[in-house]
Design a binder for this molecule. Sequence first.
Ligand code: TRP
Length: 74
Amino acid sequence: MTDHMNGDYIVIKAKDSGVNVIGLTRGHDTRFHHTEKLDKGEVMIAQFTDHTSAIKIRGKALIYTKHGMIDTED
Ligand code: TRP
C-alpha cells in the first residue's frame, strides 16, 4: 500500500438487519465493487485499501472511525 493510502480501518455495528456496507473503487472510475449485508448486531471491520477509496453505509448502524463515532440515524 502506498503512503497516501494509510489503510485505516472503520468499524460498523448494525443496529438493524439489512445494513449494507458498500466498497467503492479507488482511481478514475468510482464504482461499487462489493456489497456486504449485515444482520442486526453484526460487526464488520473494514479497511481502506489500494482497491477501496470510499465506503458507503446504508441502514441503521453505528460507525466508528478515528474521526469519531457516527450514528446513521442522527
Ligand atoms: N477486495 C477489497 C479490497 O481489498 C475488500 C475490501 C476492503 C472491502 N475494504 C472494503 C469491501 C470495504 C467492502 C468495503 O479493497
